[in-house]
Every structure is written in C-alpha cells, then in structure tokens.
Design a protein around this ligand. Structure first.
Ligand SMILES: Cc1cc2nc3c(=O)[nH]c(=O)nc-3n(C[C@H](O)[C@H](O)[C@H](O)COP(=O)(O)O)c2cc1C
Ligand SMILES: CCCCCCCCCCC(=O)C(=O)O
Length: 366
C-alpha cells in the first residue's frame, strides 16, 4: 500500500470506503434526502471551464494568501467536520497534526471526538473553532471560552443547522452518535434512542436552538473578542446581513449537501455573494472541492480561500494522519500545477477572466 499511494481524492474515497463500516462511511460520504445538492456541489465544478493564458513566466508560483491577518502558504483550509474518530482512532489530533505539518489552517468542529484542549496541545498551528448555538446558551459560551483559552483565533458560527437535514443513510443505518468529550458535564447525552433512526437527528433536535437569528450573532460578539465567520450563507441577502451583523468573514456553504437538499451548488452562488459583500470581508467557500482546478475556479470567482471536508476525512480513514496530510499536499500540488498551466503566478493573478461559467456561455449566445 505505502508503495502504491492513491494519486487523487477519489482514490482516497475508495480506500476509505473499504476501511470503514457502512454506517461510518455513509455518515461521512452521505447527504440529505435525494442527495441532489451533494452531487451537484461536485458536478457544478465540472461545468466551469478554465481560460489559460500562455507564454507567462511561470517558473515561480506563489500560492500564499492571508485570512484575518494570518498568512497561509495556500488558500486551502481544513473544514470543520465532526467525529474524526469514526475515521481513525486518533481522531482530530491526527487531523490537526496533518494540517499543522502542511502549515494549513484547520477549523475544529464543535462535535469533535477529541477535547479542544487536547487538539490545541497536540501541535502548534493557527486554528479556528466552529460553533453551533445550543438552546442552553451557557454551553456555547463555555465552548467559546475554552477555544479562546486554547489559542483558537476565530469562531466559525455555523448557521445552516437549525434542525439536522434528513440524512436517509444515517436513518437507515441507525447512526450511533460517537462520544463527545467536550460536552461532558455540559449537556446530558442520555436518551439518545434511535426510534427516529439516526441518533444525530434526535440529538440536534433536543439540544440545538432552532430560534437562532441574526441577533444571536450580536450575542456571540458580546461574549468573545474573537472574529466571527458566518458559515452557511447561500444568498446575497444573507451575505449583506452577515456583514451588517459584524461578521469578519462569510463562508458560502450548504454543509456539503447534508442539510437542505436542492440548495444550490456552492460554486454557483459564490459570485452573487462576493458581489453583495463588495470586499467588506473575505468570502470563503466549501462543498465539492476535490481538485486543485476546483480551488482555482473558486478563487477566480472571488473566494479568498476554500475549505475541504470529506477529502481530508477520506485521507484520515484510509491512512490516518499520513493520509490526511497526503490529501492536503496533493490538493496543494494540484493547485500549484493548475496555476502554472493557467499562467497565474500568484493568487492575485487568479482573476475572473480565467474561468468560463455556464452563465458566461449563455450570455455569449445572446
Ligand atoms: C462527516 C462530516 C461532518 C461534518 N460536521 C460538521 C460540523 O460539525 N460543523 C460544521 O459546521 N460543518 C460540518 N460539516 C460540513 C463541512 O464543514 C463542510 O461544509 C462540507 O464538508 C464541505 O463539503 P465537502 O465535504 O464536499 O468538502 C461536516 C461534513 C461532513 C462530511
Ligand atoms: C452524542 C452527541 C452527538 C452530537 C452529534 C451532533 C451532530 C451534529 C452534526 C455534525 C454535522 O454538522 C454533520 O454531521 O454534518
């Protein structure tokens, strides 16, 4: 195996499928209901073509960028995904080490299987913390305080999860909620029966606050001095509201197709959000990114950075920390090559004219 490493994310996905139980592979890989959005997140990248420029001196490619004042060697960030111990017994500590060894920023999920403090102590890196707002606000406030004192640099507030999307694979598999040591002593995890199928759906229904609204972003601002990025924005209207509410960044995300099925593919609404935000704050995007060319397309359409979820989990499931690291490295190398072949020497040179969208093609016919 070690002599015959996967050469792309899809091969890691196949290895992950072999390595995991059906219940755990389905939890990672699956989406909501018909899984239309899950598929379209990927397919929409296939509908965007590249417009390379040639005879540019591309002997030096600089992929570096910055986010909220932090320098990053590449615009690829590890998205917050829960329950890494379903992929590997080392859990988020392995992922954090993989990200740190690539100097990549990682967003730690509130639903990690490793404690916040354990992840922070495992290696030095810039990390952000992802938060859901619980009915019991004190639980969220405690998690924020622990993230702050563990050196996390920003809060990513996920807002597309007032109820869990209907993930039919999890329902069928009666998905068992993995341990959540961060929540010990904060929230009771008893009575997680599976009469409705997935324990996760019941857990979210019992504990998360569906009344969450824009005023709660103000509440969050009042309890932390960390910058807040709002994750789960899909429209220009909400992007403007996020900026008005004081967000330090907007993340275009449909939760990897796991929440509202038939929500648009994220790459198809990125430009609308970027225009609405008008440079006030950085815009990030996630969902369906599996190739360096996908990253280039997202940057050309205005993203400051991208986040990858499943690909890193597949790497972790297939080969532990080494696999997660290899996935990040592969995506970085693919981006470098895509920039080279498109004639972009820096991320600043990845401009709108490097891509041709379906909309561009339709307009050119008018
Ligand atoms: C297994 C799994 C768990 C996830 N858990 C979280 C989570 O705890 N918090 C969150 O904000 N998003 C979560 N997400 C969504 C990701 O942050 C991200 O939006 C999505 O995975 C991006 O799509 P991709 O997997 O195609 O890269 C999860 C996604 C997956 C696949
Ligand atoms: C025993 C507590 C289990 C808590 C699990 C909550 C699942 C939240 C959903 C994570 C997520 O965003 C996703 O899977 O997607």
């Amino acid at each position: 195996m070690e002599n015959n490493l996967p050469v792309n994310v899809r091969e890691y996905q196949e290895l992950a499928k072999k390595a995991l139980s059906k219940m755990h592979y389905d939890y990672i890989n699956g989406g909501a209901e018909d899984e239309h959005t899950l598929r379209d997140n990927i397919a929409a990248y296939g509908r965007i073509l590249l417009r390379p420029r040639v005879l540019v001196d591309v002997s030096n490619i600089d992929m570096s960028t910055s986010l909220l004042g932090y320098n990053m060697p590449s615009p690829i960030i590890v998205a917050p995904t829960g329950s890494h111990k379903v992929a590997n017994p080392e859990g988020e500590v392995a992922t954090a080490k993989a990200a740190a060894s690539c100097n990549s920023l990682m967003v730690l999920s509130f639903s990690s299987n490793c404690r916040i403090e354990e992840v922070a102590a495992s290696c030095d890196a810039i990390r952000f913390y992802q938060l859901y707002v619980f009915k019991k606000r004190a639980v969220s406030a405690t998690l924020v305080r622990r993230a702050e004192s563990s050196g996390f640099k920003a809060i990513v507030l996920t807002v597309d999860n007032p109820m869990l999307g209907r993930r039919e694979r999890d329902i069928r598999n009666k998905m068992v909620a993995p341990d959540k040591p961060n929540l010990e002593g904060l929230i009771s995890l008893e009575n997680l029966d599976t009469t409705d199928g997935s324990q996760l759906a019941k857990y979210v229904r019992d504990t998360m606050d569906p009344s969450l609204s824009w005023k709660d972003v103000e509440w969050l601002k009042s309890i932390t001095s960390l910058p807040i990025l709002v994750k789960g924005i899909l429209t220009a209207e909400d992007a403007r509201k996020a900026v008005e509410a004081g967000a330090a960044g907007v993340i275009v995300s449909n939760h990897g197709g796991r929440q509202l099925d038939y929500a648009p593919a994220t790459i198809s609404v990125l430009e609308e959000v970027v225009k609405a935000v008008a440079g006030a704050v950085p815009v990030l995007v996630d969902g369906g990114i599996q190739r360096g060319t996908d990253v280039l397309k997202a940057l050309a359409l205005g993203a400051r950075a991208v986040m990858v979820g499943r690909p890193v989990m597949y790497g972790l499931a297939a080969r532990g920390e080494a696999g997660a690291k290899h996935v990040i490295e592969m995506l970085n190398r693919e981006l470098e090559l895509a920039m080279t072949l498109c004639g972009c020497r820096s991320v600043a040179e990845i401009t709108r004219d490097r891509v041709q969208t379906e909309g561009d093609r339709m307009r050119s016919l008018l």
